[in-house]
Design a protein around this ligand. Structure first.
Ligand code: ADP
Length: 432
């Protein structure tokens, strides 16, 4: 990329330099030519003062002979005077373009190859009375000579401009590329506003990559713990260290650890399913009360074990728009937590209502609460405020991460209101 930008900049510099040189040259030539005609006109006017007096014309032309050629032509084309040529050898000039034009009373300016001198020449001719024509000529060599003296200077300037372009393009390329190289090294702040989307996508990719690595490490760790226990219990049983009366208890432990593993794997699968953008869900409008009832009834046993009472409050006609299974999963996870993180004799109330443009679902418990500083973290995967309680009650650390995903899929907002030791209310606000 660096070489490409460099090469393109050199080429742009080269084209610009060549174009500038050509344009300067062309303009210079144009200006010089205009200047030549002005000079010829001035000289013509001065020489016309001599009128038809040949001696005077001879005297005057002597001083400028190196530069201008002065000729006087009679009305019939006979050359009466020429400052450089022998007039006896000169042919009739009646057919010369500038002479014909000047005879018509006009001032004529003609550039052509001289028939007498054989060189490209600028002719300025005018009638000076009695049909006689005064002609001042300047060979183009003179103009070319001036031009050729300036040309090396133009080329030199062009060369210096190109060398300057060369170094400027190198330093400019470096300055353009450097921030990109920094970005590639991991510095994700965009150096130019145009690179903001690029920086953003690098940032997002790095974040996703981080989350994936962290997630994989966490999964391995979470699976290793129950597997180590299972393997340990099985090893003890295998080596006859366990008394026959304890075998039942050990088998029970193996059973509960494997159940924990299965729940964990099921949660991981649910999460990866929710993250799979290729899955299309069938959304429908349905009464939320039915789903709440089903969840509460499936959690009755757990509530009984924790000595927690379950309540529901809300009208049967409150409808929610979404994927039934996912919303059931969300309500289940919230209620499950409300039971597991509750005190003995506590209660859980699930209420739902319509509010302007929203459907509001509240899961309120009278449990241990969540410290304020942990509110923002509880939706992260495998994040637990009370690790031992989570594990002891069969938590996987993924329940609220699933809730968060379901909310995102339904464009629902989620709010946590909690006070340590008093209880927690989690609000989910679905758009109608
Ligand atoms: P877990 O499977 O550990 O319950 P979750 O993702 O469901 O994982 O919840 C994350 C953490 O948030 C829990 O470990 C717990 O510390 C805290 N938590 C969630 N719900 C409640 C609640 N209703 N009351 C108190 N703490 C809660």
């Amino acid at each position: 990329m660096k070489n490409k930008i460099n090469l393109r900049m050199y080429l742009v510099g080269l084209v610009a330099t060549v174009l500038t040189a050509v344009l300067i040259t062309a303009s210079f030539y144009q200006i010089s030519e205009t200047e030549v005609w002005k000079q010829l006109e001035k000289t013509g006017k001065i020489f016309s003062c001599a009128g038809t007096d040949l001696d005077k014309l001879r005297d005057m032309s002597g001083s400028v002979n190196n530069y201008y050629r002065v000729t006087m032509i009679d009305h019939d084309g006979t050359v009466l005077f020429d400052s450089r040529m022998d007039i006896s050898r000169m042919e009739n000039h009646a057919d010369r373009e500038e002479v014909i034009s000047a005879k018509d009373g006009r001032i004529s300016k003609v550039t052509r190859k001289s028939d007498t001198a054989g060189k490209m020449t600028h002719y300025y001719a005018m009638e000076i009375g009695q049909g006689k024509v005064l002609r001042i000529a300047l060979e183009s060599d003179a103009l070319n000579k001036t031009y050729l003296t300036v040309l090396p200077f133009i080329m030199l300037v062009a060369f210096f401009v190109y060398v300057l372009c060369f170094f400027l393009s190198r330093s400019l390329t470096k300055r353009i590329i450097k921030p990109m190289e920094e970005m590639a090294k991991g510095n994700t702040s965009a150096p130019y506003p145009e690179l903001e989307p690029f920086a953003q996508s690098i940032k997002e990719r790095a974040e996703i990559e981080n989350i994936k690595t962290e997630f994989t490490a966490n999964i391995s760790h979470e699976l290793k713990t129950p597997l180590t226990s299972i393997s340990g219990y099985a090893e003890l049983m295998e080596s006859d260290f366990v008394k026959s009366k304890d075998i039942k208890e050990f088998a029970g432990r193996i059973h509960s650890e494997s159940k924990r593993m299965m729940t964990l794997i099921a949660d991981i699968m649910k999460l990866s399913e929710l993250e799979d953008s290729g899955i299309t869900y069938s959304f429908e409008k349905f009464p939320i009360s039915g789903v709440v009832r089903e969840c509460l009834s499936s959690l009755e046993l757990s509530a009984e074990n924790h000595q927690v009472t379950l309540h529901m409050e809300g009208k049967d006609d409150v409808m929610v728009y979404g994927e039934r299974k996912l919303i059931a999963e969300l309500i289940y996870n919230l209620c499950d937590n409300a039971i597991r993180y509750n005190y003995m004799g506590g209660s859980v109330k699930v209420s739902f209502s319509e509010r302007d443009d929203d459907i509001c679902l509240n899961v309120k418990d009278t449990g241990i609460g969540i410290p304020e500083e942990n509110h923002k973290d509880i939706f992260r995967r495998f994040y637990r405020v009370d690790k031992s309680r989570s594990k002891a009650t069969g938590g996987t650390g993924l329940g609220l991460a699933i809730v968060k995903h379901v909310c995102e899929l339904h464009h629902a907002r989620i709010k946590v209101v909690s006070k340590e030791g008093k209880g927690t209310t989690i609000m989910v606000i679905f758009p109608r």
